[in-house]
Every structure is written in C-alpha cells, then in structure tokens.
Design a protein around this ligand. Structure first.
Ligand code: G6P
Length: 615
C-alpha cells in the first residue's frame, strides 16, 4: 500500500527516485509524485501510473529537475480519491516542507480540526497533508529543528507510517521514520537511499539497515543517525547485506512479471527446498524452526493465519497437518481472527503466512496471539520483513522478489515450506512413519520437474483461454487438497481479469452454485486421481447434465474424464498431499491468458495492491 523512495547524494535524485517508484509500483498505482530540493522545494505529481508522472516530467524539462535530494511516492488511495491533489508529496502550509507517507494517521481528523482552528488551510483530503501541517505547526510554535519537530509530532500521532520529510530551510537534511509500515535505508558511498523495500536500492548498494518501529533516521551532511522516537536515544544500526540479484526484479524478456513468476516456479520451489531437503539421503531439516518443532508436536492446536493467497496456502496446510500430524488445525483470515476475541492458550502454535511480511492484519493478529501466549512461526517471502521479525521463529520461502500483484510463485513456495513443516512434525511425532517420510521427501524433490512439465500446457491453455475470455461468470471446483486450489484459481481469475469467479468444494456445488450453470458457464474442475476422484467424476457429470462447459485438470493418462469434459489439461501424477503444488499451475496460466486476451493490466490489476499495510 503506497511505495515511498528517497535519495540524497551526488546523483540526479529525480532519476533515482523515478526508477525506484517503478520498482515499487506494485504497492499502489493510483497516483505518483516526487519532490526535489535544490535551493528551493518543488513538487511534481500526477494521478495515474508512474509512467504518467514520467511523461509530465518530460514536459517540465530536465533542466528544472536537477537536484541532489528527492522524495517520491506511488499511491494506493485510502483517504480521498485518486487525483492530482491527493497525490503525494504534500507541502506544509508555507510550502517549506514536503512529506511522503505510507500508512494511515488514525487521529488525523482531530488534528485537522485543531489545525484549522489555528488557521491552517488544506488542499487535499489526505491524512498525510494533516501530518505535514502538524509538523510545521510544532516547528514554528515550539521553535524546533526539523528533526525535533518530526520526532515530537510523531509522539502525538496515532496510526501507522513510513515517512520521509524534507525542508527548504535545511537543504542538506532528509528525515525518515517508521511505525508499522516498512522502511529500508540503503548506505552508499556519500549517498543514502530510503525505500519501502530494497528493490529501488539494490542496483546502487547492498548495505542496508531495516528501520524498526518507532525509529527516526536523520541523514545530514553525509552522515546518518537513528534514534528512538520516544526515548530520543541513539540506536546502533544493524547493517545487513542484501542478497537480491538485479535480474530478479526485472522482467527478463517476459511480457509481464506475472508470467515470468509463473515460469520461475520450478526454480523457486527448488530454491525453497535447497539445503533443506536431501533426496539422496532422504533427510530434511528446517533450521529456522528447529527449536520449535517440539512445540508443534505437543501443540493442542495449530492456528494458521493469513490473507488472500496466503490464506489459501493455509487451507492446504490444514489438510497436511491433519493428515501427517493428527493435530487439529484452524485456518483463519487474519482480519477476522484479530477482531473476534479468539480463544488462544499457551499450548497453541500460530503459523502466520505472508508473502510480503507486511500485511497489517496479519501483523496485528500475530501481536494478539503473542500477547495471549501462543508461539508464532512465520512463513514469509520478504527477508527482514515486519512479520518475519514479529514471529518467534519461522522459515523463509526463498521464492525471490514477487512483483506481479497476483501471487503465484510465492504460493507454491509457501506450500513447499508448509509441507516441510508438516512432514517434520509428523515424523517427530510418529504419525508419519520413516518409510512414508522418506518416500515423501523423494517425491518432494521431483516436484520442480513436474511443475516444469505442467508449464508445457501453456499453449493449450492459451487456446482454451481464447474460447472463454468473454465469460462473465465461472466456477472452480475441487475436493480435499484441491479445494483450496480451486479457491486460488478463482481468486486469480477474478483479480486480474475481472470475471466473476467462485471457488467451491465440488460436492457443495449442489447446494447453490449449480443453479448458475448453463451452456455459457465455464466450470473449472481440479480432478486429479486421488482419494476423492470418483466423487469428483460424479460432480463433473452433474455439471455436464446441465450443459456447463468443463475444463478439467486431470492426472496424466486419465481417459475417463477426457471422455466427459470439454477440455482436459493433464498434469503429472504425484502424491496427493503434494498435488496442489502442480495442480495450481494450469489455473495460474489460465487466469493470466484470459486477462491478457481481455486487455487487462495483469501486473497491476485495478484497485489492488500487493502489500496491504492498512487494516
Ligand atoms: C494482497 C495481494 C495478494 C496477497 C494478499 C496477502 O491482497 O494482492 O496477492 O495474497 O495481499 O498478502 P501477503 O503479503 O500477506 O501474503
């Protein structure tokens, strides 16, 4: 939700900031803007994408853009509609200060009223403009430096923020702070970068400091200091080395990030297993949770929390933990869990799943679970993210940066980690015997090549997509382990192609969705050969009896379903516990091709953002 980037150094700030905004655009694309400081402070902003801002800057002309300090923002609107006025950066009343902000200031309305009574006038509807006026007000009335004014203001606001502030009166200074929204400081030679994640920074330096909540960072005269907002004590920075490759955040010849990421899955699943699974010795280890395996073995209950696609990964994990470990599992939307006064006992283990590691609801749910005594294990993709840090322990998915808003490779990497969790726990607990454990390890190691094979369906899927691209509704059906896969397939289709899609347990179709079926309706059925195969075959017959169009994902060599369905997509056989890792691939490709054929922007679907840092 909103991406921010800032630069101070000897390069052209506008070009570093603009390039950074393009990398962060997955976080929001309602409007974009930047402020440059070179003696005077100038703000340029536009509704729409970063490319719209770029076109506008071309009109402004490069000569006006030379500056050593710049701050930029790409917005996912919360307060006020997406337009030029509400776009960031925002000026203070005297236009001497400018701010960019990712997050929400919850008490902005009270502050706004107070500031209006003091004579402040606002141009936008945003909470961010209120914050910069508040900083200005404190600076003027309490006669403070910019650094002090920012710090004091932040002790009085309620909400979440990552901010950067510049002032025309202090032209060599850049101030940043965070609480609840991510912020990374990049350390170059005589230059500094700030960004919502490391992708705008990686091409310039790999030395970074992830700011913690309640920290304010002051960059001044070529040096930086980090202080606690409340105690004012200086904190020693923990400098980390980034391990992101530049090509991992570029399209690499693919038309869209989403397609690239779909195709990366054989590699991302291998990367996720690397150093953890050894097929030759049939052994497995997960260093990150080693100390907590016994907590899971002895757990009264495992509660899995997540949002969106991560929640779907949790649903698959429910089957895995119940099958392999015989532990009761509950899977909860993080947003519901945290507001429900959930019953959590100290024997419970909570697994929090999040690609970004920044989802506000998941983070808040973790805090609640910890307060009530649960052990929290994180499954995150982004290293150093807030959720990774808020958990007691966890395992990274190592899928590499995922930039397409619709999650693909992060999902399969989450399934890979969760499968390993369940196998380790089941093995330790004795509910998964040695022989079955070793068989599963061997089968896991074959998944990347089976995914590779599933990707070969691409051309056939494109052909099918063309037949159904004009559908207005669709149903996705699956049973058992494939039920969450059906949900995920439906989510993929609706989020990027805007076709209404419902995922349903195949048998449950009879209790409602069957009424929707007619000869126009595509019904996608995940019907691999597993314990519920015969039942799913019956469900396909029920759809055909009502003239629905069946697209079936089947196990290689399935002649029976081929004789009934309108289209079959064959995927390699695997252990049914691992099937979702392969059966989701054709569904990802189907949604991708349908969206492209409909002319949709698959990497940046309307109204969505990849990282949801507001509640
Ligand atoms: C957003 C994204 C989804 C993602 C969900 C949860 O809605 O568009 O792709 O599944 O957030 O995000 P997380 O980073 O916590 O997995």
């Amino acid at each position: 939700m909103c991406g921010i980037v800032a630069y101070i150094g000897n390069r052209q700030a506008y070009s570093v900031v603009l390039k950074g905004l393009k990398r962060l655009e997955y976080r929001g694309y309602d409007s974009a803007g930047l402020a440059l400081m070179n003696g005077e402070l100038s703000v340029y902003k536009k509704q729409g994408k970063v490319s719209d801002l770029e076109n506008y800057l071309h009109e402004v002309g490069q000569a006006k853009l030379h500056a050593p300090i710049g701050i930029g923002h790409t917005r996912w609107a919360t307060h006020g509609e997406p337009n030029d006025v509400n776009a960031h950066p925002h000026y203070s009343g005297n236009k001497e200060l400018a701010i960019i902000h990712n997050g929400i200031i919850e008490n902005y309305d009270a502050l706004r009223t107070e500031l209006i009574s003091k004579g402040h006038q606002f141009e936008s509807e945003t909470d961010t403009e209120v914050l910069i006026h508040f900083i200005e007000d404190i600076k003027e009335h309490e006669d403070l430096s910019l650094e002090e004014a920012v710090r004091v203001a932040l002790t009085r606001v309620i909400g979440a923020y990552a901010i950067c502030v510049v002032s025309a009166q202090e032209p060599n200074t850049l101030i940043a702070a965070r609480k609840g929204s991510p912020l990374v400081l990049g350390l170059g030679k005589d230059e500094f970068f700030l960004a919502s994640d490391a992708t705008p920074i990686v091409e310039y330096t790999s030395d970074v400091v992830y700011l913690n909540d309640n920290e304010v960072c002051v960059i001044k005269d070529g040096k930086f200091t980090i202080k606690d907002i409340h105690t004012e004590l200086e904190t020693a920075p923990y400098i980390q080395t980034l391990d992101i490759e530049l090509e991992a955040i570029e399209k690499g010849g693919f038309e869209h990030f989403m397609l690239k990421e779909i195709y990366e899955q054989p590699k991302s699943i291998s990367d996720c297993m690397r150093g953890r699974i050894n097929a030759e010795t049939a052994t497995m280890m997960l260093g990150g949770i080693r100390e907590y395996i016994d907590n899971m073995v002895e757990a009264n209950r495992i509660i899995i929390i997540g949002c969106g696609t991560s929640w779907h990964a949790g649903l698959v994990a429910e089957y895995l933990f119940e099958d392999l470990c015989r532990i009761p599992v509950e899977v909860e939307y993080a947003s519901e869990f945290r507001y429900r006064n959930p019953v959590i006992t100290p024997g419970d283990v909570v697994i929090a799943i999040s690609q970004s590691g920044e989802t506000a609801d998941t983070l808040a749910a973790i805090e609640l679970a910890r307060v009530r005594g649960a052990i929290v294990l994180g499954v995150c993709n982004v290293v150093g993210s807030s959720i990774a840090r808020a958990s007691h322990a966890g395992s990274y998915t190592h899928a590499g940066p995922e930039i397409g808003v619709a999650s693909t490779k992060a999902f399969t990497a989450q399934l890979t980690v969760l499968t390993m969790f369940a196998m380790l726990v089941g093995h330790r607990k004795g509910t998964l015997d040695e022989n079955a454990y070793q068989q599963l390890i061997k089968e896991m190691s074959l998944i990347p090549e089976k995914v590779e094979k599933a990707l070969k369906l691409d051309a056939h899927i494109k052909y099918i997509s063309d037949l159904y691209k004009d559908a207005t509704n669709s149903i996705y059906l699956g049973r058992g382990h494939n039920f969450p896969v059906a949900l995920e397939g439906a989510l993929k289709l609706k989020e990027i192609s805007y076709i209404h899609a419902e995922g349903y347990p195949a048998a449950e179709m009879k209790h409602g969705p069957i009424a929707l079926i007619d000869e126009e309706m595509p019904v996608v059925v995940v019907a691999t050969r597993d314990s519920s195969y015969e039942k799913v075959v019956s469900n396909i017959q029920e759809v055909k009896a009502r003239k629905g169009q069946v697209i079936a994902i089947v196990t290689e060599g399935d002649g029976l379903i081929a004789s009934m369905a309108d289209h079959v997509l064959e995927i390699p056989a695997t252990n049914q516990l691992l099937t979702p890792l392969v059966s989701v691939i054709p569904l990802q490709l189907l949604s991708y091709h349908i969206a492209v054929l409909r002319g949709c922007n698959v990497d940046q679907p309307r109204n969505l953002a990849k990282s949801v840092t507001v509640e």
